[in-house]
Design a protein around this ligand. Structure first.
Ligand code: ATP
Length: 242
């Protein structure tokens, strides 16, 4: 199922509502613009009309909750590879799931799961992807102007958005079919924007700085600080500097 809307609060919300219905899955929800677009921790995601890609995929897999991080990493790899393939550019993945181009964020990914109360298994997974497709660089709000970029920053795209959307999901389902093979992890690490770099983060009110050493199979980032090794999980940490 594919649903395309002109304007929604968020495509995440559309997909999560549909999760409660009998709609067949996988189902994809697209919108030209989102009025309440947000990323992790409810931070706003700039979603202007017509020049971006805002979409959420609803899946109802029969997996356990522990596998959710796989979907997040896998989605990041699928988007990064699809963009590279279509534009000839080379993206990087900023842990956990932001796609970067030339040091700036070009795409944000968000995944959420609900579990079935009785079995404890995943009832549904929603993967939200926002790509700055042909948003002119000058159109970004001032506070993210230096940190955000667009695949086609002049505002003119030589390819259609639909081609990229198709490439993303084709790649995603390819990688999903290959599970439990973990080639996607190798690619994730190869394309990492943070491995080997100094990163900052705050944990329980304390600010730490350290070198990002590795990424575990379940998506944690291992950071070596001056006197400790910290294993960061995606739900709690935002990297500040890199
Ligand atoms: P980070 O803040 O490092 O980007 P994050 O993964 O937690 O990490 P999200 O919460 O997914 O980021 O996305 C929201 C953040 O992304 C906002 O705080 C803002 O800085 C930035 N942002 C908002 N809209 C866009 C956009 N269209 N393109 C790029 N960056 C954006």
């Amino acid at each position: 199922t594919i649903q395309i809307a002109d304007q929604v609060e968020t495509t995440m919300k559309e997909a999560k509502l549909a999760a409660l219905s009998e709609l067949s899955t996988p189902a994809l929800f697209l919108a030209e613009t989102q009025v309440g677009g947000h990323g992790r921790f409810n931070r706003p995601f700039f979603s202007p009309k017509g020049k971006g890609i805002y979409m959420s995929l609803l899946l109802k897999p029969n997996h356990t909750f522990s596998e959710l991080p796989q979907y997040t990493l896998l989605a990041a790899v699928a988007v990064a590879q699809a963009i590279d393939e279509l534009t000839g550019k080379e993206t990087q993945i900023k842990w956990v799931n932001d796609i970067y181009l030339e040091g700036k964020k070009v795409c944000g990914i968000l995944s959420e799961a609900t579990s079935d109360f009785e079995s404890g298994r995943i009832a549904s997974i929603v993967i939200g992807i926002g790509i700055n497709f042909a948003i002119p660089q000058t159109a970004f709000p001032e506070d993210i102007q230096q940190r955000a970029t667009s695949l086609f920053p002049t505002g003119e795209a030589p390819v259609n958005r639909a081609r990229l959307i198709a490439a993303v999901w084709t790649r995603f389902f390819d990688l999903l079919d290959q599970l439990p093979a973990d080639d996607y992890l190798t690619i994730y690490r190869q394309k990492s924007f943070v491995l080997g770099k100094t990163v900052c983060f705050t944990q329980q009110g304390i600010r730490y700085e350290g070198v990002a050493e590795s990424i575990t199979a379940t998506g944690e980032l291992v950071v070596r600080t001056t006197d400790d090794v910290k294993v960061l999980s995606s739900g709690e940490i935002s990297l500040e500097k890199y």
